[in-house]
Design a binder for this molecule. Structure first.
Ligand code: PAF
Length: 283
């Protein structure tokens, strides 16, 4: 596996792959790899000739009071894990390579970024995500890019950018990978104390409780939300949000007549965690 740090070198590798008619799969990441990231790499590996994983802790998507400085970083460990998955290139630029002096462009997706994590974290978050992902698409020119379904709003935002800017890349949403007790894997789980780690399992249990209500034949969203709220309350978790929304428009859904996104975010101990389930329109 090659580690590439400059855009010029990355572009040369892309040109060489294109000359050989090789397809390119990109897995954009901020490192601190866990099974969720590795599952994205495996899906990219199975579908592409050249697999590029980007490792860049993107400063523009963090707010002033967020965890940019403490975000877990261990490039040597990440590189070893990526190499084990058969990744061809780890693209690990520094911040000045991506945001050189004079950098002045930002991509803002309106509407769908005003709710859920966009409302909680502020507009800079998805502006930062949309801008860096668009830059990565411009640098790596992938046929397909792989994102985890855990960040469901991020996927909706990236799909919107791709559609609106006519970018020639297929967006693959990959299933959430969970620990044995159901906690969604996240690089931020390392912030959890043993007690908070136990408490955090209530997020998935709450989503499961809502899904069970849907599976009993109920379509009224409030009933599903109530079931989830009681599990969170029992675990002493006050969610930042717990909402039922259309997975692509992110409009509020009150009846589950077609597939709907049930999304939750909460601070548990020292971590801000998110999770979601798709509640089925058709049983
Ligand atoms: O999901 C992430 O890790 C980041 O938001 C991404 C897509 C790599 C952009 O920095």
């Amino acid at each position: 596996m090659r580690i590439i740090r400059t855009i010029a070198e990355m572009r040369a590798a892309v040109r060489e792959a294109r000359r050989a008619d090789r397809s390119i799969g990109l897995v954009p990441t901020m490192g601190a790899f866990h099974e969720g990231h590795l599952s994205l790499m495996r899906q990219a590996r199975a579908a592409s000739d050249l697999v590029v994983v980007s490792l860049f802790v993107n400063p523009t998507q963090f707010g002033q009071n967020e965890d940019l400085s403490s975000y877990p970083r261990d490039e040597a460990r990440d590189a070893a894990l990526a190499a084990d998955e058969g990744v061809d290139i780890l693209f690990a630029p520094d911040a000045a390579e991506i945001y050189p002096d004079g950098f002045a462009t930002s991509i803002h997706v309106s509407g769908i970024t005003d709710v859920l994590c966009g409302a909680q974290r502020g507009p800079h978050h998805f502006d930062g995500v949309a801008t860096v992902v668009t830059k990565l698409f411009g640098i790596v020119a992938p046929d397909a890019a792989y994102f985890g379904q855990k960040d469901a709003q991020q996927i909706a935002v990236v799909r919107r950018v791709v559609a609106d800017l006519n970018l020639d890349v297929r967006i693959e949403a990959c299933p959430i990978v969970r620990e044995a007790d159901g906690l969604a894997m996240s690089s931020r789980n390392v912030y959890l104390s043993a007690q908070a780690r136990e408490q955090a399992t209530a997020l998935n249990r709450a989503l499961d409780a809502a899904a069970a209500v849907r599976e009993s034949g109920e379509r009224d969203g409030e009933r599903m939300l109530d079931a989830a709220r009681s599990v969170l309350a029992e675990a002493d978790i006050t969610p930042e949000y717990l909402e039922l929304r259309d997975a692509s428009t992110l409009n509020t859904v009150t009846r589950v007549d077609s597939d709907a996104l049930l999304a939750v975010a909460a601070r548990v101990g020292a971590a801000r965690l998110i999770d979601n389930h798709i509640l089925k329109g058709q049983l």
